[in-house]
Write a protein that binds this ligand. Structure first.
Ligand code: GDP
Ligand code: IMO
Ligand code: MG
Length: 424
């Protein structure tokens, strides 16, 4: 704080929701800057569990203004469903603000996401099928429809007519699908206009004013560094920039206004969907990490792929995001492992790689170079001071810190807010 980015340092699902929620206690504004309802951020309070996808994790605090920035793609149908779920759980989400410049996820985006994946067959990316990729494609091809377009019926109808003509050709002629109906979409979305109106704001201005008034602002990333469209394992990535550089663009502020970049990393690593994964454990160890870590997707329920911590990737995340600190989560999951491994390099084609290789193919067939750490057998879920962790657990954390080259300031030992240790 005052302006901190919280982002995933791995392939997503690192526990960003938990860490954002924790820091939100002292925040005034919490902003999502990219992605959409492909994210699944879990927050566990003393008596409830929340799974947030589109709405920023700060929403649980009545003192926080949650903001959906211009860089986010917004599915209005989903937005209202999530608002309703929060309300039914006793949370008042009415303070949420949405950028007038955010792009809308349309029914054809969701449909195309599903059919393109099917068409790709074995090469599929394993998307969340929420229409994210197709919505960003339209944004960059300048045929997207923005939140502000909903408030000018003539413009909205014109834009929809043009784009739908093209999408229906694609759906019918290339993907052998039924066309979508213009009137149905127009009616649905124009109805959203009235309902969305109270939430729409110039969120760039709102954040800028907040920062100038000395307010504490958190920028919450979805996904993670290795899913970044530029810096991740392309094409097995999402279609936005979860890395720190995406934050100023996706909010509409200058990079000089950001003070801290907090990378959230699990004490091991996971990914969902396809793509290279050097430290993946397709064995008992992977199964144990999945079962003990509860590694099933919040959005899709898919079993996550799990493996040992990859320090090459973590160092990379430190660099491309300019991390100022790391929050290490799920350390408790590693209790009772006799041996815990960390990959410090990759070996392939007679070479040793200590940085991300120039050719991604290396990631598919490399052998990770592991260092082995003696595990601990104590249950650490009720430890409240970092110093009270077993010595072997502290040794493991401090080795990660050394390898990442950035301080670990927070260690999480359970899903709940209070299962969090501050490391000096
Ligand atoms: P996000 O997408 O980065 O917010 O992470 P997810 O919510 O998708 O996945 C993280 C999962 O781990 C959730 O089920 C959290 O409740 C849980 N979690 C977070 N921190 C910890 C921790 O320190 N220990 C354990 N055991 N679970 C945690
Ligand atoms: P949070 O914020 C993990 C993955 C999908 C797929 C790829 C592209 O909860 O960490 P998309 O639907 O974005 O086009 O899918 O990205 N993916 C995630 N994996 N956590 C996420 O979000 C993800 N959001 C997308 O599984 O491989
Ligand atoms: Mg998640």
């Amino acid at each position: 704080m005052p302006a901190s980015i919280i982002l995933g340092a791995q392939w997503g699902d690192e526990g960003k929701g938990k860490i954002t929620d924790l820091l939100s206690e002292r925040a005034d504004i919490v902003v999502r800057y990219q992605g959409g309802n492909n994210a699944g951020h879990t927050i566990v309070t003393a008596d409830q569990k929340f799974a947030l996808s589109l709405i920023p994790s700060g929403v649980l605090y009545p003192t926080v203004t949650p903001v959906i920035g211009n860089g986010v793609v917004v599915d209005p149908q989903w937005f209202f469903t999530e608002m309703q779920t929060l309300t039914s759980k006793g949370i008042d989400p009415s303070r949420v603000k949405i950028s007038h410049n955010a792009h809308l996820i349309m029914p054809y985006h969701r449909k195309l996401d599903a059919v393109i994946e099917r068409y790709l067959g074995k090469s599929m990316i394993g998307t969340t099928k929420r229409g994210i990729g197709p919505a960003y494609t339209d944004k960059f091809s300048r045929s997207g429809i923005r939140v502000q377009d909903l408030f000018d019926e003539k413009i909205f109808r014109e834009k929809l007519a043009t784009v739908l003509k093209h999408k229906n050709k694609l759906l019918v002629k290339v993907y052998n699908q039924l066309p979508l109906d213009f009137d149905e979409i127009a009616d649905e979305y124009l109805d959203y206009a009235e309902r969305l109106a109270p939430y729409v704001a110039d969120t760039s201005l709102l954040v800028w004013e907040g920062l100038n008034e000395g307010k504490n602002v958190l920028f919450e990333g979805g996904q993670g560094t290795l899913l970044d469209i530029d810096h991740g394992t392309y094409p097995f990535v999402t279609s936005s920039n979860p890395t720190a550089g995406g934050a100023p663009v996706g909010i509409g502020i200058g990079p000089t206004m950001i003070d801290n970049v907090i990378g959230v990393a699990k004490a091991y690593i996971s990914r969902v969907g396809t793509g290279p994964f050097p430290t993946e454990q397709l064995n008992d160890i992977g199964d144990r990490l999945i079962e003990i870590g509860g590694e099933y997707g919040v959005v899709t329920g898919r079993r996550r792929r799990c493996g040992w911590l990859d320090a090459v990737a973590l160092r990379y995340a430190t660099r491309v995001n300019g991390l100022t600190e790391i929050a290490l989560t799920k350390l408790d999951v590693l209790s009772n492992f006799e041996v815990i491994k960390i990959a410090t390099a990759y070996e392939a084609e007679g070479e040793t790689f200590t940085e991300m290789p120039l050719q991604q193919r290396v990631l598919y067939h490399c052998e990770p170079v592991y260092e082995e750490h003696e595990g601990w057998s104590e249950d650490i879920t009720s430890v409240t001071n970092y110093a009270d962790l077993p010595a072997l657990a502290r040794k493991y954390v401090e080795r990660i810190e050394e390898l990442a080259g950035v301080p670990i300031k927070t260690v999480s030992v359970g899903p709940r807010r209070d299962a969090t240790l501050t490391k000096a």
